[in-house]
Design a protein around this ligand. Sequence first.
Ligand code: SF4
Length: 725
Amino acid sequence: ELLQPIQSTKTTCPYCGVGCGVVVSTQAGKIIEVKGDESHPANWGKLCSKGSKLAETASENVYGQVRASQPLLRIQRDQQVAPTDWNTALDFTAREFARLIATYGPDSIGFYISGQLLTEDYYVFNKLAKGLIGTNNIDTNSRLCMSSAVSGYKRTLGADAPPCNYDDLALADCVFIAGSNMAYAHPVAYHRLEAARAAKLGHKLIVVDPRATDTALMADLHLKIQPGTDVMLFNAMLHVMMQNGWLDMAYINQHTEGFEAMAKGLAAYTPKLAASVCAVPEADIVLAATWFAQSSRTLSLYCQGLNQATTGTDKNTSLIALHLATGQIGKEGSGPFSLTGQPNAMGGREVGGLSTLLPAHRELNNPAHVAEVAAFWGVKQISATPGASAVEMFDQLEQGKIKAVWVACTNPAHSLPNSQKVARAMQNAELVVVQDAYLTPATVQYADVLLPATTWGEKEGTVTNSERRISRVLPAMPAYADSKNDWQIVVEFAKRLEVELKKLGVESPRINSGIHAFMPYSNTEEIFNEHRETTRGLDLDITGLSYAVLETKGPQQWPMPEGVSEGKARLYEDGVYPTATGKAKFVFAHYEPVAEEADARFPWRLNTGRLRDQWHGGSRTGTLAEFFSHEAEPVVAMHPADFKRLNLKPSSWVSVKSRRATITLRAKEDESVARNQAVLPMHWGPEFFGGKSGVGGVNALTIEAFDPYSKQPELKHSAVNIQRV
Ligand code: SF4
């Protein structure tokens, strides 16, 4: 093997929304090294601990233990799954889906997919559900990630489009980070910020976080607010700016609407009131408002602390209002920049892979959009009824309204809130199909059909990072064992489903000219080109892009319409917004508390978060021992005074009980955590805490209440009781 030539492939890191470029070296079909791509504009060659270990996590040794290698099937629920071949697995699934559709209608089916799928995979899944089957019950784990950011952008700026880019990290004079521990969750972007601060005298960094995270420790001003009080804080900051005449009235008058109502609503939000509700000094609120408004370029960065809340959309709109009111938008180094948690949460929304969307940011509640997509896809009709969002889908599965769920590239029994309910839902389902590269134990145990998929290093397509930048993903080694690419599995299934639907005479065929014309793809480029065409003339127009352009010119930011030579670095530089009037909107929101307030029975506020070296449910990062050197196991962190109050020792065990479940784990003292609060990492699932026996993982504790606009659940906060055991 050592005599074989070394090959080099440029692709993209599969972890977070920074979307770093990587160069993969392979020899004899095996990955031997992964380095940062020095030509990629998201990272210029830098990688974090997770990205730099991609070769190790893709080794044969690791894969032999954790990868799904062949299709598995059980015909009866009381049987164990057994190995089978692809034809048998897909034929069975198609027959069962057709039977359920014929008996109960298309909405008896649900697809729960993932922000880790590539854009092309997402596109065909969406087309299968909405075009061929006729259900909008397709949602993704992106719903848990940044759907509140989407609603926030759409309500205020008119489109789901982060207006900034990563170069703005170095151009800003003041950076306002809210609800994001970038140092752990977006490390390469964080290091760019660190470098910018070191190079710029007088740089200001404000961090809003209930914890003194590593990110907050870098700040010039840390606003250690009570969990969920962000809207109160942002409103008070705008109140201060108004009182002091720090607003950009010219910008407000020319480019926005709704400011009068906003100003009226803000009258009650004095810094004094906010200081008492948020539990931060009044002077700090005034200082934050001063720096935000008076710096020449202010950039906001925000993530799950704002998004994973029942008031997530309000938090986003209130923060965006600060930018609109001060004119800190549409220019270098400024603007509201939502950090995407997942590698391709953006791409999924671009193809409309959510229960409320259609391709290219079209909306299900817009009849013209519905008709356009039906005509483009060549289907008789697309249902205009919004489908079930992530939490709703598993609720409906538990209630028996949805009969079958197809889970792809995600682990809902670990990652959804109230995860025991999710487990019950899958137990109740008539059919659970799991399509995954990894044998994620929490969810795979419920699979009637397991379809092994390829993963990073083996697949091809595109992804979009947080700054709207589309990058190529290329294979460097062959598919593992008997796994297939996600898009291919969908296409092969769709062909079988059409046959089975015809046999049963179900609205047959929904599609105008046969399945071979409906899903004619023999490679991902054909899918990309079809997706590209759906964007023509819209805000995310990428008709100037192709695989060839991405490979020759490098990753590009959308929009990039036909005829232009490069993507758009920043949006709204002309002050024109994609709203009906062309103006951005102020949307005033009153402060509302968290869904589950602490009380006498559940007096602790539990905050969930991320660790530096782990990624989500750990299907990839959980395979390397060195990733556990930072934190070896889930430990609940609490303030030293609370630790003492419970009479705990360093190795003590505690029970953490919410209204939904109790888990038992070790506790530790942590100065970064505020009094009466506790912090738990989100990476350990039910298997760690006892698996099937009924004891769930961390998300067995969390609450499934969700934001009414974005439908994003409040994974960040729940009320618990903690006792020594
Ligand atoms: Fe991968 Fe994110 Fe780390 Fe970059 S910052 S190497 S995209 S995990």
